[in-house]
Design a protein around this ligand. Structure first.
Ligand code: NI
Length: 199
């Protein structure tokens, strides 16, 4: 999987979408290649109800009062997803006690393969904090749309498929609204620092 295809282009598309939505908001500055962008009133995100790695229904509203750090990916992803989840795990470790105010959530973009039991094994590799979510292809498609996620299956030589996808961390506030987002290239200590400033 080509990193720029998986990560950079969809990220720039998301930035473009956000910039488009923010043009009227004159006080915002949106750095095209910045590590973080404070989006203010951008209309990204929204409620969802999916199934976690224990088979329980979980909604964004279940986490009200906490910050939720959402990442979309898939467990078969060979490189970017595990790297990014590792960054999140490290950043939360670095935050110490403040980490209890943030729930890291992984939402699969490959619901056909990422069943709750597959996610249970996968999430466990990143520590006990992570909530892994899956659902019907229709439910997942609706969440992808709300969060402006780019995800497209691509066949792998020799059989099977990968999923090219945007690689963005969304920080949702205790009220369920988008606070900030980060690209997956952010170093753990920078992510920890910015999370500490925002929560
Ligand atoms: Ni991935």
């Amino acid at each position: 999987m080509i990193k720029t295809k998986e990560a950079l282009i969809p990220y720039l598309l998301l930035v473009a979408a956000l910039v488009g939505g923010l043009l009227w908001h004159a006080s915002e500055t949106v750095p095209g290649l910045g590590r973080t962008i404070t989006t203010g009133t951008a209309n990204v995100g929204g409620p969802f109800t999916l199934t976690d790695q224990d088979g329980k229904k979980r909604s964004l509203s279940d986490f009200r009062g906490k910050y939720v750090l959402i990442y979309f990916g898939y467990s078969f992803c060979p490189d970017v997803c595990p790297t990014t989840l590792g960054v999140v795990a490290q950043a939360l470790d670095d935050l110490g006690a403040d980490a209890s105010r943030i729930v890291p959530v992984f939402i699969t973009i490959d619901p056909e393969r990422d069943t709750p039991s597959v996610l249970k094994t996968y999430m466990a590799a990143f520590g006990p904090r992570f909530v892994g979510l899956t659902g019907s292809p229709k439910d997942i498609a609706a969440v992808e749309k709300a969060y402006r996620v780019y995800a497209k299956k691509s066949p792998i030589k020799g059989g099977g498929y990968g999923v090219d996808h945007s690689s963005v961390l969304y920080l949702m506030g205790p009220d369920g609204r988008l606070v900030s987002f980060y690209d997956e290239l952010i170093p753990p200590k920078d992510l920890a620092k910015d999370l500490k400033a925002k929560i």
